[in-house]
Each structure stands twice: as C-alpha cells, then as structure tokens.
Design a protein around this ligand. Sequence first.
Ligand SMILES: CC(C)(COP(=O)(O)OP(=O)(O)OC[C@H]1O[C@@H](n2cnc3c(N)ncnc32)[C@H](O)[C@@H]1OP(=O)(O)O)[C@@H](O)C(=O)NCCC(=O)NCCSC(=O)CCC(=O)c1ccccc1C(=O)O
Length: 261
Amino acid sequence: MDYEDISYEVDGPAAVLTINRPDRMNAFRAKTTEELIHAFKRAWADKSVRGIVLTGAGDRAFCVGGDVKQRAETGDYGPTSNGLFEGTYLQRLIRDVPVPVIAAVNGIAIGGGHVLHVICDLSIAAEHATFAQSGPRVGSFDGGFGASYLARVVGEKRAREIWFLLDKYTAQDALNWGLVNKVVPKEELIPAAKEWVNTMADYSPTALRFLKKAFNADTEHQAGIALLSEVGLDTFANSDEAMEGARAFSEKRKPDFAQYL
Ligand SMILES: CC(C)(COP(=O)(O)OP(=O)(O)OC[C@H]1O[C@@H](n2cnc3c(N)ncnc32)[C@H](O)[C@@H]1OP(=O)(O)O)[C@@H](O)C(=O)NCCC(=O)NCCSC(=O)CCC(=O)c1ccccc1C(=O)O
C-alpha cells in the first residue's frame, strides 16, 4: 500500500509511524486510519520490529482527532478502499499488536488524537505538548477506551473533568497525573522514544508479549463497551445536534446546543 496520510520507517528495532497531515494538524480522516491499520500490521509482521513509535508530523500537533472539517462537509470521514471508517478497530489494534507501542506526543493531542496516545502502552511528551478532549464541543464522544480506560489511567474524577470541562492541560500536568511516562525537550522526543525501544529490544520478546496481554486482559471488557460506543456514535454523528458541533467548528463560531435540550 502506498501511504498518503502517514509515513512509515524502520530504524533498527523501532518502527516509526507518523501521521502526516500538518495542514489539518494531523487530524485523521478514514483514509488515515486505514493507512495506520496497514502500518501497524506491517510492523507486527516484521520480526525485526521490537517496538512501535506513533507520532505526528511537525511540532504543532500529535493528532487533533477526527477531521472535523471533512465531517462538516460530507457528514463522514471520507472514502477508504473497503468503504469503512475503522477508528475503533485502530484502537483495538494498538492494544493487540504484540510489541509495545509508544506515543511520542510532539504537540497537541486532542479528541480522538488524545485517545490514541492514552491507548498506547507508553507515552512520552515534548515539553510543549498539550492534552485535551473536545467531543462535546464538536458533537462527538468516545464512550469506549476514551472514557473508561482514561479513567483507569488518571482516575475517575480527573477523567470526568477532562471530558466535562474540555480544558487543555500541559505536559507537566500529564506527567503529574500519570497520563504520560516522561517529558523531554522537543528535539529529544523521537530519540528518547527510540531509546526505549532499544532498551526493550534487549529483553525477552515472549516475556514482553505476555506482559502486554496480561495488562490488556484486565481492561478487555472495555473493548465491548467501545463497540457499543461506536454504534452510539454512528447513530449520533449525523444528528442535527452533532452536525451543529462540526459545522460550528468549521465556521469558527460557538456551537448553539441549547436547542437540543
Ligand atoms: C487543535 C486546536 C485546539 C488548535 O487550536 P489553534 O492552535 O487555535 O489552531 P486553529 O486555528 O484552531 O487550527 C489550525 C488549523 O487546523 C485546523 N484543525 C484543527 N483541528 C482540526 C480537526 N480536528 N479537523 C480538521 N481541521 C482541524 C483548523 O480548522 C485550522 O485550519 P485553518 O484552515 O487554518 O482555519 C483547535 O483547532 C481544535 O480545538 N480543534 C478541534 C479538535 C477536535 O475537536 N477534534 C475532533 C474531536 S472528535 C473526534 O476526534 C472523533 C473521534 C472519532 O472519530 C472516533 C475515534 C475512535 C473511534 C471511533 C470514532 C468515531 O466513530 O467517531
């Protein structure tokens, strides 16, 4: 597969997947998720790959979630080769791929982009990175891993605060809450993530694989909730209420949700 929205490179034991849509702050459309799914499977199949680094192009954004402008224009995230938008499946795959996945958060991680880093096994952030959810502002939500797994990571009160207030948090906040593992200057981000892969490449691959599955097993019921949430979001996404959020973002105005009480 030729990639248009991402890049893929292997450097020693590390596969680096970069979301490459800087003009949209690395927002994902359906094609982006299709390419990420292909790249994660490619890294899975490559026995020389001992860890995967997920990052975004440039230093402004890691990923700003779904492409809201595309949604405002067409009501969906655009075409793919099989016709499906597989956002939930991408989350699933990040958990299933049997090597550790490290999010190298090189700028803002918001919405579905924030959820991507939350799901990764480890997160390392550049000092200027920021973190937020935004769904209720743009007519979206993630009731799956984005809610319950986030709560596992930062605790119930903090997760509810993140989703209900939609504030933006600093890399230092994220470190204090255990939302990221480490904060580094931006020029050290990718080297530091690759260094972690190099470290893990010296360890037993089977032991690491078992450990990843063991950690996942404890929260595996959340995958069922994620599928339930996906159906809910599909139903909600094209409602007037949800489209008001997407259109308001696109038109750079405050959404008017009062009419949907
Ligand atoms: C990211 C911001 C906070 C940045 O703000 P600021 O620095 O002031 O810059 P802006 O001028 O706002 O933005 C610069 C430029 O980028 C464009 N842009 C920003 N975000 C997006 C986006 N998400 N989509 C498309 N384009 C975007 C912006 O319009 C500007 O373009 P110009 O041409 O220069 O005007 C701020 O921009 C912001 O808050 N962005 C929105 C973040 C957001 O709400 N993201 C979407 C959340 S909803 C979501 O992710 C759905 C998840 C999802 O789809 C999913 C996931 C997993 C499973 C299932 C699903 C599902 O089924 O839905």
